[in-house]
Design a protein. Structure first.
Length: 279
């Protein structure tokens, strides 16, 4: 027996097996509305789209999740460039778009092990919490407008966190809203003093309530020339299989958008993957 040849064959087999395991352990993630490709998770780690695309097959099956439930299953082609105006963004063509679908995930686990509860946005305790947060960040006499409240146990410790999105851009002047924009809620340009759009998280730690900013913009002074973003909570899902829920936040301005997967830890808030496109 040729020992060198046998060793080479075994080494090649080992490499092939390792590659197969890697491909099997890769779990691609897509946005349903746009078809954009976030990247993937692999053995609990986050894989950027340019690296993950190498191991995604042409006909991948995705479980589709909305805000409070799984809403279907689809297949999608291999990610390709979205082309102009966003050639660096990858996207897939979808077999269908289930109603209320937010995220598609190719993974065997249940990505929604704990369903969020949609709460009343007019509750005084949360109106006051948002008002206090805005004041603490330089907005005097803020006008509170909450757009969504979710109660959910993000880390599985039995204690619920509260996610709140709030937006007020004072768009009284309709001429400041582009009529043909994909996201007409967002001002075309400029943010008046006191305007804001935020997503915050409230939780009890050592008997004290903490409020932290996950994403957003606040304007203590008027900015006449910028293009403000609106931030919304799109979903809360376990996208890497560790039992903890990531927060998916969608932001958009009048001619573009970005969706970000945010990982929350008590001592760290980290955007782990995102997709965007805009002029």
């Amino acid at each position: 027996m040729n020992l060198k040849r046998t060793a080479a064959v075994l080494a090649s087999f080992a490499l092939l097996s390792a590659a197969t395991v890697t491909a099997a352990d890769l779990h691609p993630i897509i946005e349903i509305e746009s078809g954009y490709f976030f990247g993937a998770s692999e053995n609990g780690k986050w894989i950027k789209p340019e690296q993950a695309v190498k191991s995604v097959s042409n006909e991948t099956t995705y479980q589709v999740y909305g805000l409070t439930q799984k809403v279907g299953q689809i297949t999608a082609a291999k990610p390709v460039s979205a082309e102009e105006p966003c050639p660096a963004t990858l996207m897939v063509s979808l077999s269908s778009k289930p109603n209320d679908g937010v995220i598609g995930l190719d993974a065997p686990w249940n990505a929604l092990p704990r369903k969020p509860i949609i709460a009343d946005t007019t509750q005084p305790v949360y109106m006051n919490a948002v008002r206090d947060f805005l004041k603490a960040h330089g907005l005097k006499d803020p006008k509170v407008r909450i757009t969504r409240i979710l109660r959910v146990d993000l880390d599985g410790d039995g204690e619920e966190e509260v996610l709140i999105s709030a937006t007020n851009y004072f768009t009284d002047d309709k001429s400041n809203v582009h009529p043909a924009a994909p996201f007409p809620e967002a001002p075309m340009n400029g943010a008046r003093r006191g305007s804001y759009s935020i997503v915050i998280l409230r939780r009890v730690t050592a008997g004290k309530v903490e409020t932290k900013l996950l994403a957003g913009e606040l304007y203590s002074k008027t900015h006449p020339s910028n293009a403000p973003n609106i931030y919304k909570i799109a979903a809360v899902l376990d996208l890497n299989g560790d039992g903890k829920l990531e927060v998916i936040v969608r932001s958009f301005y009048y001619e573009g958008s970005e969706t970000t997967i945010i990982r929350y830890e008590p001592d760290k808030i980290e955007p782990v993957l995102s997709v965007e496109c805009g002029a």
